[in-house]
Design a protein around this ligand. Structure first.
Ligand code: CAO
Length: 494
């Protein structure tokens, strides 16, 4: 009995086992079919993506400039002040980001009152660096101020700051804390120096020019180091930062998380002085023949010298006097003795013999006598105004450019047409000129809007961006964390 029942049991077991095998097989078949279908679907999706340009929507049919702005939908919490940071956030605002400038109640960005030309009115320093932004006043150290700030951090994409090192941390806004509040937040900073011996130092424009290699290479050999009028430390670093932010926004599309973006002003200036570091390394292999000191027989030391007005590239150039130079400080032209148009240069200045004279015919032969050549060219440019010289030289494709004064630039019609020089109306200042967006996008056209008055948008932001109820706004205001917003038309204290 026991053996029979054992046999029965084992038969039943083997039936069960084969049923299981069939089930497993059919599951495997189903899984395989599903995998094949998924692969096909995936393949189709990839193909469709490719066809659409990597998953992009079909090309908009809206007229150019009517499809929204490049950075529409991006909200920037702007903690910047003075010049470097505001340059960056102004660019982002011009590209369509909603830039909310957080300012200290009562005073705001220090530049509102610096270099004032009209008593009681926001300075041009401020207005020209803060277009297209909204202003909210918050005492970031007040508990109710922190409440508003944290709410803003949660609904923003980018935080930009250029405080002195450690300030943001002292406000309680460490990277770790911000990242915890909003893991998608990009935190972008301008500092004077990157990590290293000077990382805790405060820095202004000219310090960056001096520590980034610009001052030691600017000016004349027999004079002191010079700073340049171009704000390469402030505005230059702001530009670098804006690019870093846009790249981080693009990467966030894939990773879903924010990151830190740091631009040190020293690094930004050095990046713009790249060609001088090039020359530093060339020095090991002999004199820098395109520097006029070579032609003057003055030996080179172990560091890149100041090159006066020598061209920074491989084609020699110099600033030459034009008609009227005795009374007009800007009656000069920059002239490049470009090798391919040497023949035309010789004809224009009345030295046709130099075209074939072995002493002048080749760039190598000319290098040791650049001073003499430019003196001769100057004899010609002094007979023409800078604009006449420009017109004649351009006919022969000879690279040159008049030295334009700020007055001439301000009055230049073509710069106004392109939106590079813009006239803006301001409620307390009236009309003033500014430099518009130098970066022109054909489908994201910049409209330059006036800078905000201090705290002008405080209520609007609390209500519409943060969704605070009337009683909450009243409570925060009563705490003194926001100060009193300035009404349009109301003047700042001088
Ligand atoms: N509410 C309350 N406090 C505020 C505030 C607000 N809304 N906004 C700023 N503050 C406080 C800061 O918390 C800081 O206080 P603590 O030092 O007590 O923490 C204080 O204002 C001053 O900030 P700061 O040190 O950045 O300003 P500064 O005028 O002393 O220095 C500058 C200016 C530019 C030298 C410095 O910010 C800096 O080195 N920035 C980095 C480099 C840079 O961008 N330089 C270019 C400037 S343009 O030439």
């Amino acid at each position: 009995m026991a053996t029979k029942s054992k046999a029965k049991k084992s038969k039943a077991a083997s039936r069960k086992a084969s049923a299981r095998t069939v089930k497993t097989k059919s599951r495997a078949v189903k899984a395989k079919t599903r995998a094949v279908a998924a692969k096909r679907r995936n393949g189709n999706a990839v193909a469709a993506k490719r066809k659409n340009g990597n998953g992009l929507p079909p090309p908009s049919r809206k007229p150019w400039g009517a499809a929204g702005k490049a950075l529409e939908g991006v909200r920037v919490l702007d903690f910047t002040h003075v010049q470097s940071g505001p340059t960056c956030t102004q660019l982002l605002a011009w590209f369509g980001a909603d830039v909310i400038k957080v300012e200290r109640p009562g005073s705001g960005d220090i530049t509102r009152t610096q270099l004032r030309d009209i008593p009681g009115v926001d300075s041009l320093y401020f207005t020209m660096l803060n277009h297209n932004k909204r202003s909210i006043t918050i005492d970031t150290k007040h508990p109710q101020g922190k409440r508003v700030l944290e709410a803003l951090i949660k609904v923003s994409d980018v935080l930009v700051e250029n405080f002195a090192p450690g300030v943001l941390d002292r406000m309680g806004l460490t990277w770790e804390y911000i990242h915890k509040l909003n893991p998608r937040m990009i935190v972008a900073s301008v500092k004077g120096f990157g990590p290293g011996p000077y990382e805790d130092c405060k820095v202004y424009e000219n310090i960056a020019q001096c520590t980034g290699g610009a001052a030691s290479t600017t000016g004349f050999r027999d004079g002191p180091p010079l700073v340049t009028g171009a704000q390469i430390g402030d505005s230059g670093t702001g530009l670098h930062l804006a690019l870093g932010i846009v790249a981080a926004l693009y990467q966030r599309q894939r990773t879903g998380r924010g990151q830190r973006v740091l631009c040190a002003m020293q690094d930004g200036v050095l990046n713009l002085c790249r060609v001088k570091l090039r020359d530093q390394q060339r020095l090991k292999h002999g004199p820098l023949k395109e520097y006029s000191q070579y032609g003057e027989g003055i030996p080179f030391g172990d560091t890149v010298p100041r090159a006066g007005n020598d061209s920074g590239g491989g084609q020699p150039g110099w600033i030459l006097k034009c008609k009227g130079w005795e009374t007009d400080p800007n009656a000069y032209i920059y002239f490049i003795a470009q090798a391919p148009v040497w023949g035309a240069i010789c004809d224009v200045i009345g030295e046709p013999g130099w075209k074939t004279d072995p002493e002048y015919a080749t760039p190598e032969a000319r290098l040791p006598k650049l001073r003499k050549i430019f003196d001769r060219i100057e004899q010609w440019t002094m007979t023409k105004t800078k604009f006449e010289a420009m017109e004649i030289l351009n006919k022969y494709d000879i690279p040159c450019g008049p030295i334009l004064s700020m007055k001439e630039l301000a009055e230049d019609e073509s710069l106004r047409k392109t939106g590079t020089i813009v006239e803006v109306d301001h409620p307390t200042r009236g009309k003033y000129l500014t430099v518009g967006n130098p970066i022109k996008l054909s489908d994201s056209i910049t409209e330059v809007k006036r800078s905000p008055l201090l705290g002008e948008h405080t209520d609007e932001i609390l209500k519409n961006v943060l969704g605070f109820k009337a009683h909450e706004i009243a409570e925060i205001k009563a705490s003194g964390a926001l100060g009193a917003p300035q009404e349009a038309g109301q003047k700042n204290a001088a």
